[in-house]
Design a protein. Structure first.
Lengths: 162, 162
DNA sequence: ATCAGTGCAAAGAATTTGCATCTCG
DNA sequence: CGAGATGCAAATTCTTTGCACTGAT
């Protein structure tokens, strides 16, 4: 069976780029941290564990390249750094994110859910959609549960607190 | 009738901030360029026309403040700079954007359209949504039309081109 | 008089670029 | 071999911060 990395290799070759050890190491890190929304610096530190000679500039150049090839998507959650997220194989569109405003966790939604909305936008605004970015900001299930626990405690403590 | 700027003034005061001339000038620029997705630098240059002594740092500080007060939303279209978009008065959620990958134009969608999707996300992922960011990337109606015109020309020119 | 707000310049952080050197195809 | 890729350091770009000063209440 053809591995994920082999297919990425082919994509590089198809666009006449070389598969250098540095690029391979970078891709492997991305594959091993698929759900982690790594920044360039994060990727750099992880790649460095296996290929210590690599430079940060190379990581930036590789991520930029992978972004062009649509192997990764560059995303920005508003915290000053770009993050790089592997695109699901065969996914027509980019997946969505749930950003928790309490704990900062970022979860992924692979389901598209936007078909209806996109149909409306395409027809009503006459806009040919090629891709999308959808992020929800709110309270994740974990923080939600935590708050409920504290809420129970809070009921008892209310008399003492300010 | 109470003006938009008066209401922003009240919001500032409610949070015990002053509406200084610099802040007022900044807000006015935002009001006058409501659809323009200005960067901090853009705002700075525009404010400078009316209040030449203002410093860039003050603009950054004001925009940050307005962002905290939810008067503006800070957005990022992936071009390295943050942009600041006035929130519609009374809008529960942030509006959406259409970014044209041909000409770079950014149009706004004030309609929410996400009610159904949000209901699904809230129940299926148990995530309490507080806000969202939705951007579509594609070809805007203007570029679309332009391309069709060129397409017609193209049919005639095809024999000559590479 | 106080204290938030300001302007300026310097600092900081993220990313890009120039260039000599190396290496994949 | 030779174009493309790399590593390093310097340069850029965007944004934040320190600090002395100003201006309202």
């Amino acid at each position: 069976m053809e591995s994920r990395i082999d297919r990425i290799k082919k994509q590089l070759h198809a666009a006449s780029y070389k598969l250098t050890p540095q690029r391979e190491a970078t891709v492997r890190v991305l594959l091993e941290h698929e759900e982690d929304h790594l920044s360039a610096e994060d990727v750099y530190l992880l790649v460095k564990e296996k290929a210590p000679e690599i430079g940060l500039a190379t990581v930036y150049r590789t991520l930029e390249l992978l972004n062009e090839l649509k192997v990764v998507d560059k995303i920005n959650f508003g915290d000053g750094v770009s993050r790089y997220d592997l695109r699901q194989e065969g996914a027509a569109h980019f997946h969505h994110h749930l950003v928790c405003i309490e704990c900062g966790a970022v979860d992924e939604i692979q389901e598209d859910l936007l078909d209806d909305v996109e149909a409306i936008v395409e027809s009503r605004w006459n806009f040919k959609i090629k891709d999308h970015r959808l992020t929800f900001h709110g309270i994740c299930s974990r923080c939600h549960m935590k708050q409920e626990e504290e809420g129970e405690k809070g009921d008892l403590e209310k008399q003492h607190a300010e």
